[in-house]
Ligand binder design. Structure first.
Ligand code: PLP
Ligand code: COI
Length: 370
């Protein structure tokens, strides 16, 4: 069966062909896998795939068995890293239904990432349809309790050509992974290593988009963090090497003694959807939120004086994780005595309650898939 992308009154109709796996994971095996979830090691039975070439545009949309990609050794992505991705989650509600959280925001960021990386942008409805279809066919893989189904849409340059230029062919796919907590200790405070040797992004670079290369370039710094007994690395700006930017895979917030919040401004950091949601929820509750620069020296001084009450990391994978300890070559300091603070934990509950459908959704962030 073919696939139709028709434009009627500006509406794009997408017809995904569904080919259910002939060998789905037996129920008992699936249940066993769902009992021991960390992050990103267990995968569902299916994937969504859509192809692009210049002659046909986006075509051949399918939901099919999760399978290996067959790539020619000269495939462009393997050489020049023309690759982008997204991360969002499906949450099981108490009534058995399933929520997505702001998938339209992920689709828009994916579009922006594609434009920055000179890739073929994927229409928002195709992105959302692919995600929804995968969630529906693999719904039995969505863990109960505080677990969720992490969805990983991504796109690779698929042209077989060694010249350095934007690829003329792409593959967009979505895979799904049932997950528990990103950090081993759940929402327990994490420790952060300040990267003084490596930076993540410069003005005019790719820091504001979600391309694989950003993460490849962060791994050495993250390894340094692990070597120093820390959970995550925090990057400083690439010019003055003193302004806090973000963590390897999360944005960051600071909480002060007057109750206000501060988070680094957009520009060279990823515009996190969790970051944006926290800003909206906090402002709605009457909290002052500044999107302003903040230096590592000020952070250390404010932690020592008590002006800084809390700091926390946030992202789809990490949700909201309090930061208990900051380590660097020039010394360590603790925040809030190393304990989780009430602002981080309160915001975490507020956000998670909306995501799981336990609280009202005044901003229309939830999209019910089932
Ligand atoms: N910053 C980086 C570098 C990330 O990888 C992520 C995770 O996606 C975030 C921030 C947080 O973004 P979001 O809240 O949209 O998941
Ligand atoms: C996410 O939170 O979705 C990310 O992509 C971050 C990554 C470190 C898992």
């Amino acid at each position: 069966m073919g696939v139709s992308f028709e434009k009627i009154d500006g509406t794009i109709l997408i017809d995904f062909e569904t080919r259910p796996s002939p060998n789905p994971t037996p129920e008992e095996e699936r249940a066993a896998k769902l009992t021991d979830l960390g992050f990103g090691r267990v995968f569902t039975d299916h994937m969504a795939v859509v192809h692009y070439n210049q002659a046909r545009g986006w075509h051949d949309a399918r939901v099919e068995s999760r399978a290996r990609f067959l790539l020619d050794p000269a495939t462009a992505v393997l050489h020049y890293a023309q690759e982008i991705f997204e991360g969002l989650k499906a949450y099981r509600r108490d009534d058995g239904g399933v929520n997505l959280f702001r998938p339209d925001a992920n689709a828009r960021r994916f579009w922006n990432s594609a434009e920055r990386m000179a890739m073929a942008p994927l229409p928002e409805p195709v992105f959302i349809e692919a995600v929804e279809q995968l969630v529906r066919i693999d719904r039995d893989w969505i863990p109960g309790g505080e677990g969720s189904l992490y969805l990983r849409p991504f796109m690779i340059a698929n042209e077989v050509f060694l010249g350095v230029k934007p690829s003329s062919e792409y593959v967009f796919a979505v895979i799904a992974s049932p997950v528990g907590s990103y950090f081993k200790g759940g929402p327990a405070p994490v420790s952060i290593w300040v990267s003084e040797n490596y930076t993540r992004a410069a003005v005019g670079g790719t820091g504001a988009v979600k391309c694989g290369g950003n993460y490849a370039a962060s791994l050495r710094a993250q390894a340094e963090a692990i070597d120093h007994g820390c959970d995550q690395v925090v990057f400083l700006d690439a010019v003055e090497r003193r302004y806090i930017e973000e963590l390897g895979g999360m944005n960051i917030f600071f909480v002060f003694d007057d109750g206000s919040l501060l988070t680094p401004p957009l520009g060279t950091i990823l515009p996190g959807i969790t970051r944006d949601s926290i800003i909206t929820l906090s402002k709605q509750a009457g909290t002052r939120v500044r999107e302003e620069t903040y230096t590592i020296d000020q952070w250390r001084a404010d932690a020592a004086s008590g002006k800084l009450r809390e700091a926390f990391a946030c992202g789809t994978a990490a949700v909201i994780s309090p930061i208990g300890k900051v380590c660097s070559a020039s010394g360590n300091f603790v925040i809030n005595g190393g304990a989780a603070g009430p602002v981080a934990m309160g915001l975490r509950k507020k956000l998670v309650d909306i995501q799981y459908g336990r609280a009202a959704d005044p901003h229309n962030w939830i999209r019910k898939v089932l």
